[in-house]
Design a protein around this ligand. Structure first.
Ligand SMILES: [Zn+2]
Length: 578
């Protein structure tokens, strides 16, 4: 027992949250798969357990429209005295368990792993030190930190308010949403956005903001702080389609090895800290490639003449159009430098190998740098809009329906390149899914309430930071009105504009990507993240600090809601007076 747990206000949440975390952890819910549904069903039964079914205005499972795994989110709604509503948000899915190796049979069994701490310690660095620093205070297992404990914490708080509601004393409205697919493409929260929209209309709710409970972690070795976040980072996935020139490997100067150009681009872009987005003290991590390959199917002695890569870019403020221009500039410079170097190498090589060769140089190599939108526009000018549309649609239909969306983007770009009649060397820049908008902090009643709740507990060394450092569902609850997504839409080959489902009812095209932008804009929720404290997430040593995560986190969420209820009361009085 730590000091924290002697405090009654934490103790009242602890046991229930711990047990629910273990129960949710024991259910396998690797994303994307149909098994995520079992976790959603379990979350719903935890919410309702002990006869609380009737206490909610509404609770159940909400199906994801057009989902190929038939998944649904779990939800519960309390319509309190005030229409002003807080959203509690968490995800139920996890990444896979293969990283546990010999311990995989116990990956979802916190008790089993507790009996095998020594083996866990052998797989995961830092476990021995953590167990010494916080004895008996860690729970191990896939998803315990990311983030079944976070969902369990919101369930504990929701149950508390459900009991209050039954006594007719729920001060404001609360919506709990436990989503699927966060570790994949966030399809769960995109459905939740639509759900929140519908709910607002039906019950006249006025959303104050959303509290997400994804895991938090130390920001540097020995960091004693616990963190609360008032915004989140975003992400773009720019991709580069690289065109070389075909030639026999015995005559390489006649062509261009696309892999060489690809490698130069990787060297310039990956881990380049000058490309880090920064705001004040907040600095995003540098870009890295998540994939880079040529497009050969098998062995031959021809130079690879096409290749592609995509780049993970974490954003704080950079918009799609600005990133596109930055990458265009860099890729153009990289290509020009490489081609000049090859021209020089070709001349040297000719002189070296053939005394009769003159110093006369052949034509210098020239490369073409285009965005997908530019390639499309110039190809349409050449062939007409109809021809290009028909050819791209035929390519789309010809590709397997379950093809990876990034690869679908690349194949469509490749088809467009072929239609253009252009010759390499070239680089074509496009965007691939997913897109996570960054969300900056914004003054709000929610932010004030969280700050006050945190300030009331200096013993936990709580620090509020602006950008939650990992991708999360928070990205989709708000979209700033002045963000310009034209460059994203025009340069993402699989982008499909989304019409309101109620109007069109048209199913999305297989393999397409869309976001409910209008609904995100209209929701416009202030967001915060108050999450469990974990380590080694997405690794075999995944663990959650129980005293903080099962005691302090629910209490902080509870106090935040209570403070908001106070704000609401104050506000209502003023309105009446006015
Ligand atoms: Zn997570």
């Amino acid at each position: 027992m730590t000091d924290q747990m002697s405090d009654e206000s934490y103790a009242r949440w602890y046991e229930r949250t711990r047990d629910d975390t273990a129960r949710l952890t024991r259910i396998r819910s690797v994303s994307p798969s149909a098994e995520e549904n079992r976790a959603a069903e379990e979350a719903l039964s935890l919410l309702r357990e002990g006869g609380l079914d009737d206490a909610y205005t509404l609770s159940g499972l909400d199906a994801l429209a057009g989902d190929r795994y038939g998944r649904h989110n779990a939800y519960a709604v309390l319509r309190g005295h005030s229409p002003r509503a807080v959203v509690l948000l968490g995800h139920l899915d996890t990444v896979g368990t293969a990283d546990y190796g010999p311990l995989e049979p116990w990956a979802l069994d916190p008790d089993g792993l507790a009996q095998r701490h020594e083996e866990v310690a052998r797989l995961a660095p830092g476990v021995v030190e953590d167990l010494a620093a916080y004895p008996d205070d860690w729970m191990f297992g896939r998803g315990v930190a990311d983030m079944k404990s976070g969902v369990a914490a919101t369930i504990s708080v929701m149950r508390h308010f459900a009991e209050q509601a039954r006594a007719g004393a729920c001060p404001l409205s609360i919506v709990l949403l436990a989503t699927v697919d966060e570790e994949n493409e966030s399809a769960g929260v995109l459905q939740a956005v639509r759900f929140l929209h519908t709910l607002r209309e039906r019950y006249g709710l006025e959303y104050i903001g959303a509290i997400n409970t994804d895991y938090t972690a130390a920001r540097y070795p020995g960091d004693p702080h616990r963190y609360i976040y008032t915004g989140t980072v975003g992400k773009l996935l720019p991709s580069l389609f690289v065109v070389g020139q075909a030639a026999h490997a015995g005559d390489p100067f006649a062509g261009l090895d696309a892999n060489l150009l690809l490698a130069e681009l990787v060297r310039d872009l990956s881990m380049n800290t000058t490309l880090c987005d920064a705001v004040g003290r907040e600095v995003a991590p540098p870009p890295v490639t998540l994939h880079a390959t040529d497009l050969k199917d098998g062995y031959d002695t021809q130079l690879p003449f096409a290749a592609y890569l995509y780049l993970n870019v974490v954003t704080l403020t950079t918009e799609p159009s600005a990133l596109l221009e930055t990458l265009r500039g860099r890729a153009e410079a990289v290509m020009a430098a490489l081609l000049a170097r090859l021209d020089d190498a070709a001349a040297r090589w000719r002189r070296q190998g053939d005394a009769m060769a003159t110093d006369e140089e052949g034509p210098r190599r020239v490369g073409t740098m285009l965005t997908y939108a530019e390639l499309r526009r110039t190809t349409v000018e050449r062939l007409g809009a109809e021809t290009v549309s028909v050819a791209l649609a035929a390519e789309w239909d010809h590709l397997p329906a379950d093809l990876d969306k990034r690869e679908r983007c690349m194949r469509l770009t490749q088809r467009l390149w072929a239609l253009s009649g252009r010759q390499g060397p070239a680089v074509v820049l496009f965007y691939a899914p997913p897109y996570y908008p960054h969300v900056a902090a914004r003054p709000s009643a929610l932010e004030d309430a969280v700050a006050a709740a945190a300030a009331a507990h200096p013993e936990h060394k709580l620090v509020a930071r602006e950008y939650f450092p990992l991708l999360s569902d928070l990205s989709y609850l708000r979209l700033d009105p002045d963000v310009d997504l034209t460059a994203l839409r025009d340069n993402m080959p699989v982008w499909q504009e989304q019409e309101p489902a109620s109007e069109s009812g048209k199913p999305p095209r297989p393999g397409s990507y869309s976001l409910p932008l209008a609904q995100m804009r209209s929701l416009d929720l202030p967001v915060v993240n108050i999450g469990p404290y974990g380590r080694a997430v997405h690794q075999a040593g995944e663990r959650v600090l129980m005293s903080y995560s099962f005691g302090v986190v629910p209490q902080l969420i509870y106090e935040t809601i209570e403070r908001l209820a106070g704000t609401v009361h104050h506000g209502d009085t003023e309105t009446r007076r006015g």
